[in-house]
Design a binder for this molecule. Structure first.
Ligand SMILES: [Zn+2]
Length: 219
């Protein structure tokens, strides 16, 4: 029997969740293992005054992981896709265990800080250290990295926003045995059907507007 997943903001009001409009997975809420939610609360508490933690993603069903992989290959080519998304056909991608999270930072007004400035897309400069991003973006990336590691997460070499606990990456980083396996029954957590339709439509309109007016930076 599998451990129940919970919302990553469960233990802290310094944690916000990425708007449903910008999420990859909209059939289920953003979810993580309870232990991960506790560690995130700790990380959020360690952040400087006026900076909050945003959770962009957590658990992904194997199906969504596959979809994302295919989509990124189409969008960016296989080489770049490999650096961005865990291959669902090899091993167990961290996000399918409920132990991995994608995080970013929010300012005083809960507006997302662009940690890849001056670039528009967050994955333009995805390694932690980059000479091409602004000094402020670099400093904040290091702040984020620091609080996450201090809270027990393992970082990811080529995705400054990705951290994990209990999965293979974490086990390798700390030279421990992995704790979590893939969770393959996301149906337990599905939003009601009508809500899913609503979100899908809502997001479609948002994406269309985004395309026309070039609204958003990161996603
Ligand atoms: Zn990730």
């Amino acid at each position: 029997m599998c451990e129940k997943l919970i919302n990553p903001d469960y233990y802290s009001n310094k944690i916000k969740l990425l708007s449903i409009l910008k999420r990859i997975e909209i059939n289920i809420p953003i979810l993580v293992r309870p232990k991960v939610a506790k560690m995130l609360a700790n990380a959020a508490n360690l952040l400087p005054e006026g900076v909050n933690l945003q959770i962009d993603g957590g658990y992904r069903s194997p199906k969504v992981q596959e979809y994302l992989w295919q989509n990124r290959i189409k969008q960016l080519g296989e080489k770049k896709a490999k650096q961005l998304v865990g291959n669902p056909y090899i091993g167990t991608p961290g996000h399918t265990t409920g132990g991995a999270v994608d995080v970013s930072l929010l300012d005083l007004h809960n507006k997302e800080i662009n940690l890849s400035a001056p670039f528009k897309k967050y994955y333009e400069e995805q390694e932690l250290y980059s000479k091409k991003i602004t000094k402020q973006a670099q400093e904040l990336r290091l702040v984020l990295d620091d609080v996450m590691i201090k809270s027990g997460f393992a970082p990811c070499d080529n995705e400054y926003w990705h951290f994990s606990y209990g999965d293979i990456k974490w086990a390798k980083y700390y030279n421990k045995k992995r704790i979590y396996n893939q969770i393959s029954n996301p149906k337990l957590y599905y939003y009601p059907l009508i809500q899913r339709y609503f979100y899908k439509t809502y997001r479609r309109i948002y994406k269309l507007l985004n395309k026309i007016f070039n609204l958003k930076t990161n996603y």
